[in-house]
Ligand binder design. Structure first.
Ligand SMILES: [Zn+2]
Length: 1088
């Protein structure tokens, strides 16, 4: 089969992540929707079948265009404002037939007043309009997704405080380069026109045209060469001019001959390291590896010369710090071990290492990780080092099955014991005095009386004798049963509710979302979250469908059939029923099933394309208020809310602004409506998750505000079709419904004297400077906290942090969850730089950078991030490294990956404005990142690339990852790449036909059906192994990743390459090597 052939058809694979495929180069505008006059072309990039887009209708209509015809049932259902029509109860008939409707006057329907009127046949909803209405939304874009995933993370330097030195290399570079600016400068540059659009999209270039040179070892082929081909002694070359960013092509320092071949470390010694900073890395190849001896003058090198002195050198990618190596080293040294938390300031293994935590007084790192475990004693030192002093908190993280779950402590009516002054909760850090009658708070030093009921004697060491009977004295994490004092109005809360609010429109029916959802929801309702030990979930459920009016459903268990109540006065939405709207699944199973069976039929002929959103969320909020409970709204929506109603939006997209100084305007909400609404929701404990199925611009930046403020999440499926994206959608929804979650939460972070939290990042609302309000919080969400000094800290006393979250559980119990962490304090930079946690640092830095998008410019953000990176490294060099030649790049061991990761963030689709990524996709990625935990952000920025061609069928492990560079791919190899959002399988042209036969059931690479996106279930061990591996990787992420199959040199390849983050970006981002050289130069500038 001609490999190209498939591209004439709608491409359906892979774009799911970001939604849609990127537009073909040069045709961006069409990308979102049908353009009159050129249907075929446009369709080709849509996920949906071509037929979905109405060929004729103007693009200005909703996503799918206006309904094809107007002959819908227009009769009869005219609805007046304020009418509520009651639908199908009593009629008992099947729905193709119009349900009977009843009309109510405004106001909650008094039970006795319902009047039933027969409705005309037809869809239950009234006012069908078929014509296109609304402002045109032509500029669509749903773009592509983002890239990157994770696994690499820099690691903490376990034991050594070493420092790695890049030896080097850089020093020998010459100044010849031609590239004046920092590599970053080009980042915003538009991609060459023949390049494929961003990763979200589908690459369109002719095959091969964009293929990177296979041998590019480092970088762009561009001409920036850097150094002289020969590396002579440094003398002259080190002119103060510094060097410019090295080019990748030649000359970089080096260690290897520039002749091609794969870089291979061949050093045996550890020359590059300067001893006192720590042991050399154990494995070869990493950055810590000493480079082969360079030309004279490289001070740092003491190693042995490698074979022959190279004549031409280039920076060998194997010589620069490798995230793979860092991860593997940590796994080797700490994997499979137990991590006991009984020591202050102890650094945990990396998040990518598998280990078990034994809670002995500090919390499991799954709950809280610090950016440094040895924090600077003074503000001055902190300012100088520039390393964030932060914490990433995931308070409801799921623990491993082998780890002890949190104990629940019940102090009865007295409630938890707390410090009188700062209100910190009893914890292992409190010191008991006066024979155990009082305790001194480790946070504020206040001394508080021990309640009589809590008294215990002290042993000869001053510890309470009951310490091991009391989790709050022995463990870093535990829960308390909250008393009524901790409840709203001193009343115990009701169990929370889930309300499913489903768009019932022409679009949602045509793309298959509505029927698919109705079909799967039935089963999912059996899997609502339960309290441990509970047999049935206490969560109540409710259902609403909407377009430009709202339909509420009475699903009371005693009814024979569900009843529909229509609220068409969306200007001031009200709840038409109380009794029967929220029910438990157990009590109303039959009625709910009946409703879910009927919904698709009821709306199968709808012509409605206009929808509202504000009133939908308001209605959900009102329902929770009326039921006096917290809960979550699951809103399923296809298009921009254009209907005349509160929260109506306009299409204000302007892709031309992306990447410019004005792009921030696109990411600021166009109205404060959704923020205001979000705040009202938070007050009620109403979390909002929105599932978007757009074919064009839906203004994610504006609508996501309501999710962001309420601890919710926004999902997005561009060009959705049930066939191609149904699995992903249903898997995401399943995970979203089932995962552990709490409601109506408030989080407070307390610290010991001398420092305090000053900045919080994540999905929540704060009405004051200390309390983080979360309408809901699930097990995957993280909050990042930044601290600053108030005063001096003491090395002797250390620093203590207590994070307490008051919440309502899924069964309606009010509880407190407490996590404690103690850190060391230091007065020397060397100590500080020994205990930094690279992945936590990047989590914070990337969130801060993304937050700046709405009030800064791309250039300023890039410069700020690069300056911070250079400052961190320069401070280290100045304070910690032994004297050495300025030509050496010396990096702290635990932050040796900082330049790589900073570059990955700069190149990320979440941050880099470019014409090829749609506004909505950018906004969506920014939203995703905002609540990511450390593991997710690590993978997101540095994807995991796994070779599959050598998989052993008898094992079930995940193969060792390789570095994200095209150079690492062999044309007889097969690789899986994933970043937590996207997943690809890249297949080389010369892969063993047997492998292809086993996994794909065809004889050659060319015959693989790459559009299917699924792996056949073939009866052989290799097929099973590959499928299991894909499954295993998916299970590690909080979103379902659809698989996109990419053949070497196919059109999709450039899109895949966008995720090979060590290489030069297709849109101008610097390669790792170039960026490292640039950083080196910046560091030298700072030090000179
Ligand atoms: Zn206190």
């Amino acid at each position: 089969m001609n490999p190209q052939a498939g591209y004439n058809q709608p491409y359906q694979g892979g774009y799911q992540n970001y939604g849609g495929p990127p537009p073909p180069a040069g045709q961006n505008r069409g990308y979102g929707g049908p353009v009159p006059g050129q249907p075929p072309q446009q369709n080709a990039y849509m996920n949906g079948p071509p037929s979905l887009g109405p060929p004729g209708p103007k693009p200005s209509q909703g996503g799918y265009g206006a309904p094809p015809s107007q002959k819908g049932p227009t009769g009869g259902y005219a609805q007046g404002g304020g009418d509520m029509q009651n639908g199908f109860s009593h009629s008992g008939q099947t729905y193709g037939a119009p349900p009977q409707q009843q009309q109510y006057g405004r106001g909650p329907p008094p039970p006795g007043q319902q009047q039933y009127q027969q409705g005309p046949p037809g869809p239950p909803m009234s006012s069908v309009q078929s014509g296109p209405q609304g402002p045109p939304m032509s500029g669509i874009q749903t773009g592509p997704p983002m890239s990157s995933v994770q696994s690499g993370r820099p690691g903490p330097p376990p034991m050594s405080s070493g420092q790695t030195q890049m030896v080097n290399q850089m020093q020998t570079m010459s100044l010849s380069q031609q590239r004046p600016g920092p590599p970053g400068a080009t980042m915003g540059a538009p991609p060459p026109s023949n390049m494929p659009p961003s990763s979200y999209g589908q690459p369109q270039g002719p095959p091969g045209s964009s293929a990177p040179p296979s041998s590019m070892s480092m970088g762009p082929p561009s001409s920036m060469s850097m150094g002289p081909p020969q590396m002579g002694p440094p003398g002259p070359m080190y002119s103060s001019a510094g060097y410019a960013p090295p080019s990748s092509q030649q000359g970089m320092v080096g260690m290897q001959k520039s002749t091609e071949s794969k870089p291979k470390p061949n050093y045996t010694g550890a020359p590059g390291y300067q001893g006192q900073y720590g042991p050399p890395p154990s494995s070869p190849g990493g950055f810590g590896q000493p480079p082969p001896p360079g030309p004279g003058g490289m001070g740092g090198y003491q190693g042995q010369p490698v074979a022959q002195p190279p004549q031409q050198r280039r920076l060998d990618p194997d010589q620069i710090p490798s995230p793979i190596q860092v991860i593997e080293d940590d796994r080797t040294s700490r994997g499979g071990q137990q991590f006991a938390t009984n020591t202050r300031g102890l650094m945990p293994p990396l998040v990518t290492t598998d280990f078990l935590t034994i809670d002995q007084g500090n919390c499991n790192p799954a709950f809280m990780r610090a950016s440094m475990y040895n924090i600077p004693c003074t503000a001055d030192m902190y300012k100088q080092c520039n390393v964030p002093m932060s914490l990433v908190i995931k308070p409801f993280a799921e623990l491993k099955p082998q780890e002890a779950q949190l104990c629940l402590v019940d102090h009865g009516a007295a409630g938890p014991v707390r410090c009188n002054r700062c209100k910190a909760y009893m914890c292992p850090f409190m010191q008991f005095v006066e024979g155990g009658r009082r305790f001194m708070c480790s946070f504020c030093s206040c001394v508080t009386d021990v309640p009589d009921t809590y008294f215990a004697h002290l042993d000869h060491t001053g510890r309470r004798i009951d310490v091991y009977q009391r989790p709050e004295l022995a463990c870093g994490s535990y829960e308390f049963v909250a008393t009524l004092d901790y409840c709203k109005n001193n009343q115990p809360p009701s169990p929370p509710a889930f309300i499913f609010m489903i768009e019932a429109s022409y679009n949602s029916v045509k793309n298959g979302m509505l029927p698919l959802l109705a079909k799967h929801l039935k089963g999912l309702l059996d899997t609502l979250p339960r309290e441990a030990g509970q047999e049935e979930s206490s969560i109540r459920v409710g259902f609403v469908t909407f377009n430009k009016v709202l339909h509420f459903y009475n699903v009371k268990g005693t009814l024979a059939q569900p009843q529909m109540l229509v609220v068409s006065d969306v200007a001031d939405v009200f709840l038409p029923l109380l009794d029967g709207f929220l029910v438990t699944v157990q009590e109303a199973r039959a009625v709910i099933d009946s409703l879910l069976e009927q919904i698709p039929q009821m709306f199968s002929d709808t012509r409605e394309t206009e929808i509202c959103l504000g009133p939908v969320v308001q209605a959900g909020l009102e329902a929770l208020k009326a039921a006096d409970c917290a809960g979550k709204l699951f809103v399923f929506q296809t298009s921009l809310p254009l209907a005349e109603a509160p929260g109506k939006l306009k299409n204000r997209d302007d892709r031309k602004l992306l990447g410019t100084d004005k792009e921030k305007t696109l990411f600021q909400p166009q109205t404060s409506f959704y923020q205001t609404l979000g705040k009202e929701c938070v007050a009620q404990g109403c979390c909002v998750d929105i599932f978007l199925f757009p074919n064009q611009y839906v203004d994610v930046a504006t609508v996501s505000e309501v999710c962001k403020l309420t601890g919710g999440q926004l999902y997005k499926y561009n060009f959705f079709t049930a066939v191609n994206d149904g699995e992903r959608f249903i898997q995401d929804l399943t995970q979203d419904i089932q995962r552990p979650i709490v409601f109506d939460a408030i989080m407070r972070v307390r610290t010991s004297t001398g420092f305090r939290p000053v900045d919080f990042l994540g999905n929540f609302y704060m009405s004051n400077t200390t309390d983080v309000e979360l309408a809901a919080m699930d097990c995957d969400k993280a909050v990042a906290v930044d601290f600053k000094h108030d005063d001096k800290l003491s090395e002797e006393l250390g620093a203590y942090i207590q994070c307490a979250v008051l919440y309502t559980s899924v069964s309606g119990q009010r509880r407190l969850r407490v996590h404690n962490l103690s850190l060391n304090c230091c007065s020397t930079m060397a100590d500080l730089y020994k205990s930094c946690e690279m992945d936590a640092i990047m989590n914070i830095l990337s969130k801060q950078a993304v937050r700046s998008v709405v009030n800064s410019t791309p250039k300023a953000i890039r410069e700020q991030l690069m300056a911070q990176c250079a400052n961190i490294l320069a401070t280290y060099r100045k304070n910690c490294a032994s004297p050495s030649s300025a030509g050496q790049l010396i990096l702290p061991e635990c932050m040796k990956l900082l330049p790589l990761y900073v570059n990955c963030v700069l190149k990320s689709d979440a941050l880099q404005g470019g014409a090829e990524t749609s506004t909505d996709d950018r906004a969506w990625l920014m939203h995703l990142l905002n609540s990511m935990d450390i593991n997710s952000s690590g993978a997101f920025f540095y994807p995991r690339l796994l070779p599959l061609h050598n998989l052993s069928p008898d094992k079930d492990d995940v193969p060792a990852a390789i570095r994200c560079s095209i150079e690492r791919l062999k044309d007889n190899g097969v690789y899986l790449l994933e970043n937590g959002v996207s997943m690809f399988m890249w297949i080389g042209m010369n892969v063993d036909p047997e492998w292809i036969q086993s996994v794909f059931g065809v004889q050659s690479v060319a015959q693989i059906d790459i559009d299917s996106g699924t792996l056949l279930s073939l009866d052989n061990p290799l097929s099973a192994r590959v499928r299991n591996l894909v499954q295993q990787i998916r299970s590690q992420r909080s979103r379902f990743m659809k698989l996109t199959i990419v053949r070497q040199r196919d059109k999709l390849e450039p899109w895949f390459q966008h995720f090979l983050v060590e290489d030069k970006g297709l849109y101008g981002g610097a390669s790792y090597v170039d960026f490292l050289c640039h950083m080196h130069k910046e560091i030298r500038n700072l030090l000179s």
